[in-house]
Design a protein around this ligand. Structure first.
Ligand code: AMP
Length: 286
């Protein structure tokens, strides 16, 4: 059954109010559309957790720090609605831009400090403020009990979790595992812009991450593993590797050894596409 597409906040609120009166719980899955199996895994988790599921689709200009990336971002609303049909979601909220940013919009939500000072923070100025602002609005507009996000965007997951906690928004943020292609490449809407050959090349990022993670779990120092990984990525035709970091999974502090729960997080350019990915790294005793 195709879910209703709602473009106005009042229509969304009429529905959520009725669900609330009936004592039903509500989940939200925020997306920018061009849906793939990664997004759909979040929808499945949301369906399993709550009575009602709202999928939001909004290509949020404030989180793009590059005009070309925004212009090229895939917009496939019709196909997205068709992909959601088998899941029986209750509403697809595709807000008109003025429902998110009304005339004179002047507020920003910024999560500052150690979780945004690194990685995506400095490389994408303004990105997390754009994310935190739109996500805060979507949390308040949907009044959802739970929100589902992918670990694919690990730092983003930390930012929205902290934002909801700091602002006392009564919602539980749930992180879900990254869905990958058979090649290991993390699914991403931007992959639609990769050629067949580039898709094969892109899979080298995950393979390189796995090699480095294995080395780290065997006690090799991160500096050597990172240097080797950067060489392997350059040899595979990658452009700039913006970061290839071993970090504490909770504080995002840089680590030399995974002597606590740790994550390897990377961002690298392949042609004009920027890929990001992250994986868990097994802990070593030191
Ligand atoms: P996006 O449409 O790229 O803004 O992503 C919307 C949500 O889907 C975010 O919570 C992402 O982390 C999540 N997501 C994107 N790609 C994947 C993936 N490959 N596996 C799991 N979740 C994903």
């Amino acid at each position: 059954m195709t879910a209703p597409i709602l473009r106005r906040l009042d229509g969304l609120r009429t529905r959520t109010a009725a669900w609330r009166r009936a004592g039903e719980t509500i989940a939200v899955v925020p997306t920018m559309g061009a849906l793939h199996a990664g997004h759909l895994s979040l929808v499945e988790a949301a369906k399993a957790a709550c009575d009602r599921v709202i999928v939001t689709i909004f290509v949020n200009p404030k989180q793009f720090n590059n005009a070309e990336d925004l212009a090229n971002y895939p917009r496939t609303e019709h196909e997205d609605a068709a992909k959601l049909a088998p899941y029986g979601v209750d509403a697809i909220y595709v807000p008109d831009p003025d429902q998110i940013y009304p005339d004179g919009f002047a507020s920003t939500v910024a999560v500052t400090g150690s979780i945004t000072d690194v990685m995506e923070g400095p490389f994408r100025p303004g990105h997390f403020e754009g994310v935190a602002t739109v996500v805060a609005k979507l949390f308040l507009q949907t009044s959802a009990d739970k929100a589902f996000f992918g670990q694919k965007d690990y730092q983003q997951l930390m930012v929205v979790t902290r934002m909801a906690r700091d602002l006392d928004i009564p919602i539980e943020v749930v992180g879900c595992p990254t869905v990958r292609e058979a090649s290991g490449l993390a699914m991403s809407s931007r992959n639609l812009r990769l050629s067949e050959a580039a898709l094969t090349q892109a899979a080298v990022l995950y393979a390189t991450m796995q090699t480095a993670a294995t080395g780290a779990a065997q006690g090799e120092p991160w500096s050597a593993l990172e240097a080797e990984a950067r060489r392997a990525l350059a040899a595979a035709g990658f452009g700039e590797v913006e970061y290839f970091d071993l970090r504490c999974a909770e504080s995002l502090k840089a680590l030399d050894y995974p002597d606590r729960p740790a994550r390897l997080l990377a961002a690298a350019w392949l042609g004009d596409i920027r890929l990001i990915d992250n994986i868990e790294v097994a802990q070593v005793q030191r």
